[in-house]
Design a protein around this ligand. Structure first.
Ligand SMILES: [Zn+2]
Length: 288
């Protein structure tokens, strides 16, 4: 196989692989998209439990107060009836005292009952709200689960389709190369085959040893970048190569960084430093 064809195949393989990796990531993240709603549902169920307990307690208290009130009222009425049959002032005084106390207790109980009734209504409303929330969340979660399942199966179908195409594309490429290439794409989440521009790997912007660049240039075997492990191919960079070597020899890393921004560099300095302001003010003046 010609190197050019091999590189082309690797690029195609890279395209397929990147799509597959992205889809597989999406598949892994599908359950997360429903996690928030499931959490809401879990909390709603928990608070429904707590609210139900509170409702039961309020019901019990209201029942107790009603029973107590009925007793006190009955007792008071009985004492009042006894008033008709008293025979001396001492009995009257005792009975009168009982009636007064019963009256006070009745007032207190009615107040308590009123308060507890309000509590009871609140508790009922809260339980109802929880029930409504749970029902709507359950519906939503169920719908979303169905949707996720459908999405997942179409994504999985695409993944196996891609795997088929990958196998096709990589037939009669050395399996070790395929393995390494796949690993690079997965770990770098991006391109696995990049050009050497001048003496710099355009994948990681490192300067490569001259010997290495020669190997890449000879183009008779697959060469991996010793720094970023990407597959390298040589790209003629029309003339800029000499500039670059000068830069590298004279230069610091800063120069290299500048170079990394590449291609549109021509006239970079003059663009920024000279035209900048004068352009805006002096459209009419530019004749001279
Ligand atoms: Zn590299």
């Amino acid at each position: 196989m010609l190197m050019e064809e091999l590189f082309e195949r690797l690029r195609k393989f890279q395209g397929l692989l990147m799509e597959r990796v992205a889809i597989e990531k999406e598949i892994r993240e599908l359950p997360k998209s429903i996690a928030a709603q499931e959490e809401v549902l879990t909390r709603a169920r928990k608070s429904y439990g707590e609210r139900s307990v509170r409702l039961e307690e309020a019901q019990t208290r209201v029942g107790q107060l009603r029973a107590e009130l009925a007793d006190v009222v009955a007792h008071k009425e009985k004492s009042e009836q006894q008033m008709d049959t008293i025979s001396n002032p001492r009995e009257f005084e005792a009975l009168n005292k009982e009636i007064t106390e019963a009256g006070l207790k009745e007032d207190q109980l009615r107040k308590d009952l009123k308060r507890e009734d309000e509590n009871l209504h609140e508790a009922e409303a809260e339980v109802l709200a929880s029930e409504t929330l749970i029902t709507s969340q359950e519906t939503e979660v169920a719908e979303k689960r169905t949707r996720i399942k459908n999405d997942e199966s179409s994504m999985k179908a695409r993944v196996s389709e891609l795997k088929g195409l990958e196998t096709e594309t990589t037939t009669d490429i050395d399996s070790e190369v395929v393995f390494k290439f796949e690993r690079i794409i997965k770990s770098k989440q991006g391109v696995g085959i990049v050009p050497v521009k001048g003496v710099v790997c355009s994948g990681c912007s490192m300067i490569l040893p001259a010997q290495f660049v020669n190997e890449v240039r000879q183009s008779d075997k697959i060469v991996f970048c010793p720094y970023c492990s990407r597959v390298l191919f040589y790209q003629d960079s029309d003339g800029t190569q000499e500039d670059m070597i000068v830069d590298i020899e004279s230069g610091s890393l800063a120069d290299l960084d500048d170079f990394g921004d590449d291609s549109e560099d021509d006239g970079y300095d003059s663009d920024n430093d000279m035209d900048g302001d004068s352009d805006k003010d002096g459209i009419g003046d530019s004749d001279d």
